[in-house]
Write a protein that binds this ligand. Structure first.
Ligand code: QUE
Length: 353
């Protein structure tokens, strides 16, 4: 049997999930998500399990996302229908976490990106540290912020949600605390101690255990960028207008790293992905239920992987690593309303579950 990249233990009535694929920053394979869902469904119905902890075997990464390279190889070797199962498996894990019904605690040291955010954000307790790097980077691979991001980014102020989802901007633990994307901060060097204490407590003691370990998050780095974020992403604006605002601002502020990140993102990331997420956020007030959010993500993912941009994006970022994807269409103005409408048309698509 090949080496398992996820481990499950029961310790004093608590379930422990250990992501153990450090070389790939715990990128989630189809095998990992299939096993995780099966175990969570069992633990949900097992009265001997009071709560669950999800942690990484290495502090560098909680989880970098779905194994998009494996998804790409599945498409090439076996076709799109087989690859749909990859995304479905990931979203069903997100749903199993959201509907677990008992405390479920994510210990988010290091990289928390894409599908990693999907594991963390549906937990009841989301613990980050000073090493946490949080992002939704999918617009760089011709996909879109999925795994229920319309809910957890949809709860952020709209200009910040646009910055994070459309440009993949990386934020830190203190920013996540401010945005409601983390529930507590604990020093990275204390994470193992916190895990041990959580595995030796009852469900009713969890909050006190976390209080005993928590640290002051400090001032969010995002704070002093808020005026600029609001000026680029605020109001009833199209992505083209946001791009223009960012380019104008870059002339005035050539040394502002956030502004240059945004300018580069609009110039290099997948135009369809950027506009799709902009549209998804426009709709997000009407999406309140995790099942509906993940079903829409599933349908959007099915449509998006069938476009050439996904194969091309993963090629450019993870396979050839030339970081020079050729998008089609290759400019925001060419992504018209009809193209977006077609992506959001769910007619005839199968239910998530
Ligand atoms: C966008 C993404 C992902 C990404 C890069 C992006 C993603 C993902 C990985 C990743 C990282 C390290 C690995 C691996 C995959 O990179 O979701 O196999 O070893 O999992 O720009 O969405």
């Amino acid at each position: 049997m090949p080496q398992a990249h996820i481990h499950f233990d029961v310790i004093n009535g608590a379930g422990l999930v250990t992501l153990d694929r450090a070389k790939a920053l715990n990128a989630l394979t189809v095998e990992m998500v299939t096993d995780l869902r099966q175990v969570l469904l069992g633990w949900r119905d097992d009265p001997a399990i009071s709560h669950v902890v999800i942690a990484s075997s290495a502090p560098r990464a909680f989880c970098a996302g779905g194994d998009i390279r494996q998804a790409r190889e599945t498409i090439i070797a076996k076709g799109f229908d087989e690859a749909d199962g990859f995304f479905r498996g990931e979203y069903l894990v997100n749903l199993a976490i959201a509907e677990f019904g008992k405390p479920i605690i994510a210990l988010c040291d290091g990289v928390v990106m894409g599908g990693g955010a999907g594991l963390a954000e549906h937990c009841t307790h989301i613990i980050m540290s000073e090493t946490t790097r949080f992002a939704m980077p999918e617009t760089s691979i011709g996909l879109f912020p999925d795994v229920g991001a319309s809910l957890f980014l949809g709860r952020c102020p709209l200009p910040v949600a646009r910055l994070l989802g459309m440009t993949g901007y990386i934020i830190h633990g203190a920013d996540c605390m401010m945005l409601g994307l983390a529930t507590s901060m604990v020093a990275s060097e204390q994470m193992v101690g916190l895990k041990q204490s959580l595995l030796n407590c009852t469900a009713s003691e969890i909050d006190q255990v976390i209080v005993d370990f928590k640290m002051d998050p400090g001032v969010p780095a995002l704070n002093h960028h808020m005026p600029v974020i609001n000026r680029i992403f605020g109001g009833d604006v199209t992505p083209e207008q946001m791009q223009e605002r960012a380019e104008d601002m870059a002339l005035m502020r050539p040394n502002d790293k956030l502004v240059s990140h945004v300018v580069t993102a609009f110039a290099t990331r997948c135009p369809v992905s950027i506009k799709l997420f902009w549209r998804l956020l426009q709709m997000s007030d009407g999406i309140t239920d995790i099942g509906a959010a993940l079903t829409l993500d599933y349908h959007l993912a099915m449509s998006m992987i069938r476009r050439g941009d996904y194969i091309e994006g993963v090629r450019a970022v993870l396979v050839d690593r030339d970081n020079a994807p050729k998008w089609s269409p290759n400019r925001l103005v060419l992504v018209d309303k009809a193209l977006l409408d077609a992506l959001f048309d769910e007619n005839g698509l199968p239910p998530l579950c």
